[in-house]
Design a protein around this ligand. Structure first.
Ligand SMILES: NC(=O)c1ccc[n+]([C@@H]2O[C@H](COP(=O)([O-])OP(=O)(O)OC[C@H]3O[C@@H](n4cnc5c(N)ncnc54)[C@H](O)[C@@H]3O)[C@@H](O)[C@H]2O)c1
Length: 346
């Protein structure tokens, strides 16, 4: 039996708690919110995961120490804006050699660190000699479906294959198929950036545009993410995989996607703040925009769709005018940005 600590009792943390418990692990879930600990301990239900019962064996705690000490894995499942503060609180209880799995999606705007880098950074402020085994677990995995044991796939990314496989074994069952991948940065970049493209797809839908526009946004949006990732040293194949195009497809098309939903509301005329309020849960695509804009400048990579979303969300631009601008951009060859990767003579 493995012992797992989960930090964060949102929809994803709770859905994973059930999955790991069903897989035979001993699970302790920490929440920063006392009312969640009391409510979920009593009702064994999460309000956003209606059909799921949380097994009695899952323990909820408001003491982060209980979810960190003596664990085979510690899973960070808080929204990205809370990841650093959570790592700071957990740091005193994290041991040398600890396996830490981040399942949240984002990039810190100030430092441009991915979330595994950020956790490592914060924990080493407490203990500079500590060696952590960091894993990013990411893919097309809506909690609402995982909660119901619907077939799902995910990627366990770690440079150390033994650790990636250890995490693969803990999460894998007949409903959850886990693949390994050594490209942690690529997997994390995909997870953060695809949420912005999903916002774009939602906005397009809200404006009344159709499936053609959505397919274009998904395809050209992934071309942007891949262009940036390759420049940052990530592996191109990651962007064609589950954490890349797989996660983008589900986020840009699913009714469960809050990024897609927030975009839809913006496209229909709500302000970004009103859309977030209406969705009522974290909208990571909006949080990822400042980092995306900085990365675009730093690596000198053009990200037209992502920049268009930024103009709508952060600069008050009109969605329909922005679409017109995107459609009127200078003529391009579809493969021109890939010339370097594929060694094609353009
Ligand atoms: N929901 C999914 O289907 C899904 C799937 C894959 C990845 N993710 C990622 O996982 C992360 C969490 O998503 P979620 O859906 O669980 O979000 P959520 O909006 O359901 O999470 C809210 C939770 O954050 C925690 N929280 C609130 N305030 C906090 C604070 N001050 N400090 C620490 N924790 C606090 C609470 O436990 C709260 O329930 C996001 O980055 C998301 O992109 C979500």
């Amino acid at each position: 039996m493995y012992r797992a600590g989960i930090l964060g009792a949102g929809t994803w943390g709770t859905a994973l708690a059930r999955l790991l418990s069903v897989n035979g692990s001993e699970v302790t879930v920490w929440s920063a919110l006392e009312n969640e600990v009391a409510e979920y301990s009593r009702t064994r239900r999460h309000p956003n995961l209606k059909g799921m019962i949380i097994p009695q064996a899952v323990v909820f705690t408001s003491d982060i120490k209980d979810a960190c000490i003596n664990k085979d894995i510690i899973i960070f499942a808080v929204p990205s804006v809370y990841t650093r503060a959570t790592a700071k609180s957990a740091a005193p209880f994290i041991k040398d050699g600890q396996i830490i799995v981040d399942v949240a999606k984002g990039i810190e705007p100030e430092t441009l660190m991915t979330l595994t880098e950020l956790i490592q950074d914060e924990v080493s402020k407490y203990n500079s000699d500590i060696r952590l085994r960091m894993v990013a677990l990411s893919g097309p995995t809506h909690a609402e479906e995982v909660a119901l044991d619907l077939p799902t796939t995910i990627v366990s990314a770690c440079e150390d294959m033994e650790t990636a496989e250890f995490v693969q074994d803990i999460f894998m069952n007949t409903c959850m198929r886990v693949y390994t991948n050594p490209d942690v940065k690529g997997v994390e970049l995909c997870g953060a950036m695809k949420n912005i493209v999903a916002l774009a797809a939602g906005i397009s839908n809200g404006l009344g545009y159709g499936d053609n526009a959505r397919a274009a946004l998904i395809t050209r949006g992934m071309a942007e993410i891949k262009r940036l990732g390759v420049k940052m040293g990530c592996m191109e194949r990651t962007f064609n995989g589950l954490a890349g195009i797989g996660d983008l497809i589900v986020t840009a098309t699913s009714v469960h996607s809050r990024n897609n939903r927030a975009g839809l509301l913006i496209g229909k005329g709500l302000s970004p703040a009103e859309a977030v309020k209406e969705v009522g849960m974290v909208v990571e695509g909006m949080n990822a925009l400042p980092a995306a804009m900085k990365l675009s400048r730093l690596y000198e990579v053009e990200l037209p769709i992502i920049e268009a979303v930024n103009q709508i969300v952060n600069e008050g631009a009109s969605p329909s005018e922005i679409v017109l601008k995107l459609m009127q951009r200078v003529k391009k060859n579809e493969l021109s940005h890939q010339a370097v990767d594929y060694d094609i003579d353009m």
